[in-house]
Design a protein around this ligand. Structure first.
Ligand code: FE
Length: 340
């Protein structure tokens, strides 16, 4: 993480933002995102608007807990985090205040934002399936549903049920099939596991490449990170698997977002709305998404060259907010299915 003179970076333990000398125009951003490109993003905002950014970085649960604890005295104007499941936690804790913005509602597709404007998705990630190219070929697995097919007994690598990406995937299955069928599916998937869930998304792809399993589930950008890695072993792993964007003949591939909302009681609310509107601009969209090889939420914004080939993939247009609402039930189902 680099620091920039225009961004005052505060560690979680660095004390209260309130003790800082007041700038003429400022905004306090609590962010669970940490990409090098974020720096350029913040600098561009300050350059365009003259509004200084005070940045507090931490993990999502820490930041949510901190805003709760600070209560009405919280200096937080904007909370930035990833995954609808986490945006839901903040929403459920009553941290977000609705924003009614013509810019945001016209630029961000309806399914990538909260129906009441509590938060907005600014980048999109897709949960993909990967198969070992020596073991399977095109058409062998094309849907999430097939992860539970007995053909794949002992073949699947997927991370644990505590991972919010998997919780959101299961939440999308509930939306598509109902709870009962989703439980059956989850039981089938658990029966197909090659090993007890372990590691992160990249480890699932590595497992399929190394033959510990032959099918893996991971977000698309982890695959691109392996492909573009400086470590030849990573590139080799990525080249051993084929990426599949599931459910192209049906509802489309499950997508999730990196998103942000204005905090209830934000001391600089007007600036906070301006910041969200700035995030929806073409310039900010390219920066926000490309730092993690994600897809910009706004149609027509520039795509990172590594992901351009996937621009026409069909995406499930289920409203992302539903994933949050289904989160608790998804966790219960995973637990009942024995997904550890
Ligand atoms: Fe991730």
């Amino acid at each position: 993480m680099h620091t920039d003179s225009r961004v005052r970076l505060l560690g979680l333990l660095a004390g209260s933002l309130l003790s800082l000398p007041a700038a003429a125009q400022e905004i306090n951003i609590y962010s669970a995102r940490h990409y090098d490109s974020d720096e350029a993003l913040y600098a561009a905002f300050t350059e365009r608007t003259g509004i200084e950014i005070n940045l507090l970085e931490g993990n999502s649960d820490q930041l949510i807990e901190r805003i709760r604890r600070e209560g009405e005295a919280s200096p937080a104007d904007v909370l930035v985090t990833v995954d609808a499941g986490r945006l839901w936690r903040a929403e459920d804790a009553g941290l977000f205040s609705p924003v009614d913005s013509e810019v945001l509602s016209s630029r961000i597709p309806a399914h990538l934002r909260h129906p009441d404007g509590l938060w907005f998705g600014f980048s999109m990630r897709r949960r993909a399936i990967f198969y070992n190219k020596e073991r399977w070929s095109e058409g062998d697995i094309t849907t999430y549903e097939e992860l539970a097919d007995p053909r794949f007994r002992g073949e699947i690598c997927i991370r644990s049920s505590s991972n919010v990406y998997n919780q959101s995937l299961v939440a999308s299955m509930i939306a598509a099939h109902g709870a009962e069928e989703t439980l059956e599916w989850a039981e089938g998937l658990v029966a197909n596991l090659a090993r007890a869930p372990q590691g992160g998304d990249r480890d699932q792809i590595r497992g399929a490449a190394a033959g510990e399993c032959s099918i893996a589930v991971a977000n698309h950008y982890y695959y691109v990170r392996l492909l573009t890695s400086d470590d030849p072993a990573d590139v080799e792993a990525a080249n051993a698997v084929q990426i599949v964007f599931p459910n192209q003949d049906g509802r489309g591939t499950h997508a999730n977002v990196g998103g942000a909302g204005v905090v209830e009681g934000a001391p600089n609310r007007e600036n906070a709305v301006r910041f969200l509107e700035f995030l929806a601009s073409d310039e900010a969209q390219a920066l926000f998404a490309s730092g993690n090889f994600e897809f910009p939420a706004v149609k027509g914004a520039e795509l990172h060259p590594e992901i351009r080939k996937w621009r026409d993939v069909k995406i499930d247009d289920l409203n992302i907010a539903v994933l949050g609402h289904n989160n608790a039930e998804a966790v219960r189902i995973m637990d009942r299915a024995g997904w550890r």
